[in-house]
Ligand binder design. Structure first.
Ligand code: FAD
Ligand code: NAI
Length: 464
């Protein structure tokens, strides 16, 4: 009899866990993946990336049609109506197709799905739904969940988290979003486009923490123009709900006079925390760090031999593609290969309109490390953006002043999420700004703005 039931047992079937399980099976390892949700795919497919993008797309179509924005292109519409049930149903359909797709991939690759929540018995065995399973290697990929805000209790009706905000049965009149981060701005955009008045309450003095300073300012300017009411440097100190409406108490973050805001929907989006409750990590000999995360080395091994961790539950940006790449790398490391993730080159995209995308160091971070050169190019001067009438934003390329190596690229533009891929690839290959500038870019494309921003690093853009 084999010493263990499995070579690899993955806990959690989000983008980190399901990818790790599939890769491990591809490499010939006997693999199981434990997931307590009814469907595979984790936060991302069920209540994160996918449903939010479905609603962002649908609400963008609605706003374009309903606002008359298409008339200048000769597309006249009348009687445009919102069918929210249909919009939500189409989102649910897309989610079902994708989560079902992972189930198919598990079967195809012979990954056993163990249904239930896992708790460690020791470093090499877990209990799932009353049964014990042992594995030579256990990968913790349990993801993250919403950070609660004391005094503002999520009731799923008036006060919701992101999951609730992806399924509101009707458009709120006034939605208050607590937290001017990625979730607040994406889901705030959805409901604003569908007709809600949206107020964003942000604790810090600027939205989108962690992003390049200039991009944050430009984004706030554009969102205000779109109708967002953004209250910076403001904290929510409590909420009461009565008769289907919430009254929030807010005050300046630095202290001062409190005021109240009335809303018929409140979205709490102040960050996410790693999921480790119920795992009985102590039985495996593991503990979490001060931020509740599981620390690992570059190979994703924890301090306990045979136990690995990836995705939102370990340090680093909480992004699906980061989790996926870590999933591949951990499986390869377990199989005795060399799995590496370059954490210096992880793109991040905010799928608002325009989109906001970045990779590498911000200007502020790069300056701290040494002398830099910065090239900027406005979308206003990009021929395709001008033709499409989507000229908001700019591209910024940051390069080392001495070596010209690209250190960071930041984009705010309608297609920023697609444009950032070439910047990430260039950085992964150690490109200089000159390499990007001398790469032939198809015309007319939004991506030409990346080339021009790279040319601007050495002061030689053509179209400005
Ligand atoms: P998760 O996807 O959280 O999966 C972990 C899984 O583990 C869950 O299914 C959970 O049920 C399961 N689990 C937990 N504990 C146990 C246990 N004890 N036993 C068994 N199973 C367990 N990222 C992007 O890159 N792009 C986006 O556009 C994007 N949009 C987002 C929108 C929203 C609204 C949210 C909330 C997040 C979004 N994210 C996005 C972030 C992204 O969803 C996460 O970074 C990603 O899902 C992390 O993957 P993971 O595998 O680490 O964990
Ligand atoms: P976030 O960290 O992006 O933003 C939270 C915001 O809330 C911050 O600006 C913070 O300053 C503010 N805040 C914290 N406490 C507050 C308080 N008491 N009052 C007012 N503001 C307060 O977190 P968010 O938006 O919840 O998203 C969580 C994670 O999910 C992100 O870190 C991101 O990695 C991931 N995500 C990624 C997406 C994407 O890639 N497009 C989309 C959605 C989520």
């Amino acid at each position: 009899m084999a010493e263990f039931d499995y070579d690899v047992l993955v806990i959690g079937a989000g983008p980190g866990g399901y990818v790790a399980a599939i890769r491990a099976a591809q490499l010939g390892l006997k693999t199981a993946c434990v997931e307590g949700r009814e469907t595979l795919g984790g936060t991302c497919l069920n209540v994160g990336c996918i449903p939010s993008k479905a609603l962002l797309h649908a609400s963008e179509l609605y706003e374009e049609a309903a606002s008359g924005a298409l008339e200048k292109f000769g597309v006249k519409m009348s009687g445009v109506k919102l069918d929210i049930d249909q919009m939500l149903a189409e989102k649910t359909k897309a989610v079902g197709e994708l989560t079902g797709g992972i189930e198919y991939l598990f079967k195809k690759n012979k990954v056993d799905w163990l249904k239930g929540y896992a708790a460690f018995k020791d470093a090499h065995s877990v209990e799932v739904a009353g049964k014990n399973y042992s594995a030579k290697n256990v990968v913790i990929a349990t993801g993250s969940s919403v950070t609660p805000l004391p005094g503002v209790e999520i009731d799923g009706k008036v006060i919701v988290d992101s999951t609730g905000a992806l399924a509101l049965p009707k458009v709120p009149k006034h939605m208050v979003v607590i937290g001017g981060g990625v979730i607040g701005l994406e889901l705030g955009s959805v409901w604003r486009r569908l007709g809600a008045q949206v107020t964003v309450v942000e604790f810090l003095d600027q939205i989108l923490p962690g992003m390049d300073g200039e991009i944050r300012k430009e984004a706030a300017k554009i969102f205000k123009k779109q109708g967002f009411d953004i209250k910076l440097g403001t904290k929510v100190t409590g909420a009461t709900v009565k008769g289907g409406r919430a009254t929030l108490t807010v005050e300046p973050a630095k202290g001062g006079e409190a005021e109240t805001i009335e809303a018929d929907c409140v979205l709490v989006a102040i960050g996410r925390k790693p999921n480790t409750d119920g795992l009985a990590l102590d039985k495996a000999g593991l503990a979490v760090n001060a931020r509740g995360q599981i620390d690992t080395g570059h190979d994703f091994a924890t301090t306990v031999e045979g136990v690995w961790a990836i995705g939102d539950v370990i340090p680093g940006p909480m992004l699906a593609h980061k989790a996926e790449d870590e999933g591949i790398a951990v499986a390869e490391n377990i199989a005795g290969l060399t799995g590496i993730v370059n954490h210096d080159v992880i793109p991040a995209v905010v799928y608002t309109y325009p989109e906001i995308a970045s990779v590498g160091l911000t200007e502020e971070q790069a300056k701290e490390k040494g002398a830099i050169r910065v090239g900027k190019f406005p979308m206003m001067a990009n021929s395709r953006a001008k033709t499409n009438r989507d000229t908001d934003g700019f591209v910024k390329v940051i390069a080392d002043a001495e070596t010209d190596r690209v250190l960071g690229v930041h984009i705010i533009a309608s297609l920023a999420g697609t444009m950032i891929a070439q910047a990430a690839q260039a950085m992964e290959f150690g490109a200089s700004s000159e390499d990007i500038a001398y790469t032939c870019h198809a015309h007319p494309t939004h991506n030409e703005a990346v080339k021009e921003a790279a040319m601007a690093v050495l002061g030689k853009p053509i179209h400005i």
